[in-house]
Design a protein around this ligand. Structure first.
Ligand code: CAA
Length: 261
């Protein structure tokens, strides 16, 4: 499928999805949200793709929801727009493959909310991240009030959400908002390297680890542990764990990797 505001390139087992709306610093309008949902569904179904990198073209990852589009909305329309954004980012969060955000520049409002729906965030030294919605008289709408405190704790999250001030990459690293910070020209390489490594692991195990972490986060350790025991059983039931263990002893690649090469 062709997309207007997204570019998709495959490299090895990794698909790089680039948000590309240069005139609006990659702001996420309704059309781009729909495209993200469709792109993720396609990539989920593509057996040749083991991991996804999400990034932005130019100086922004994404400068937020599209303010021009928002400016024309009444209350009900804004609510529906928030629901669409939340659906798009849930699609990223629940994808059965890892999604790594390569945060190349401004990740503000909906842009940071998109990055937070990804499993791992790598930032360039040029990245600026924040939730400036309150400066516009609005709350975040695409999950920012929920994912940010879960990632970095209530105090720091509330400072970012209530002041609307952006933080730089070094601060984001010290808060645990991003996993690592690299030079701008190393960003895509670093994200792809991590994506390829994860894509070489057992595909079912990767999907199940994501699901256990995401679904277990809202529960107690016992309930989450039950999810984990089920996942562990599934890995053996479908044969992946047996194959992985045999490959270890026979000092060869596991079959899922040979199939993809
Ligand atoms: N939506 C629509 N257009 C946007 C945009 C956005 N979020 N952000 C930037 N643009 C447009 C600008 O209007 C400008 O267009 P023109 O050239 O036609 O004037 C163009 O992109 C370039 O932007 P700037 O000239 O402002 O670029 P800059 O380098 O001087 O500043 C910036 C960069 C600091 C990111 C600044 O553009 C900015 O503050 N953008 C808005 C950020 C923001 O408030 N995001 C939150 C949006 S609300 C949201 O996301 C709600 C939600 O959770 C649901």
């Amino acid at each position: 499928m062709e997309f207007k505001n997204l570019k998709i390139e495959k490299d090895g087992l990794t698909a790089v999805v680039t948000i590309d709306r240069p005139t609006a610093l990659n702001a996420l309008d309704g059309e781009t949200m729909m495209e993200l949902i469709h792109a993720m569904s396609e990539l989920e179904a593509d057996d040749g793709v083991g991991a996804v990198v999400l990034t932005g073209a130019g100086k922004a990852f994404a400068a937020g929801a599209d303010i021009a589009e928002l400016s024309k909305m009444d209350g009900m329309q804004a609510r529906e727009a928030a629901k669409l954004g939340q659906k798009a980012f849930s699609t990223i969060e629940n994808l059965n493959k890892p999604v790594i955000a390569a945060v190349n520049g401004y990740a503000l409002g909906g842009g940071l909310e998109a990055a937070m729906a990804c499993d791992i965030r790598i930032a360039s030294t040029r990245a600026k991240m924040g939730q400036p919605e309150v400066t516009l008289g609005a709350t975040p709408g695409f999950g920012g009030t929920q994912r940010l405190p879960r990632l970095i704790g209530f105090g720091r999250a509330k400072e970012i959400l209530l002041t609307g001030d952006p933080i730089d990459a070094a601060t984001a690293l010290s808060y645990g908002l991003v996993n690592k910070v690299v030079e701008p020209d190393e960003l895509l390489g670093a994200a792809k390297e991590m994506a390829e490594k994860i894509a070489s692991r057992g595909p079912a195990a990767i999907a199940l680890v994501k699901s256990c972490v995401n679904k277990g986060a809202g529960t107690d350790v016992e309930t989450g542990g039950a999810l984990e025991a089920d996942a562990f059983g599934i890995c053996f039931g479908i044969g992946d764990a047996r194959e992985g263990i045999e490959a270890f002893f026979e000092k060869r690649d596991p079959s899922w990797l040979r199939k993809r090469k």
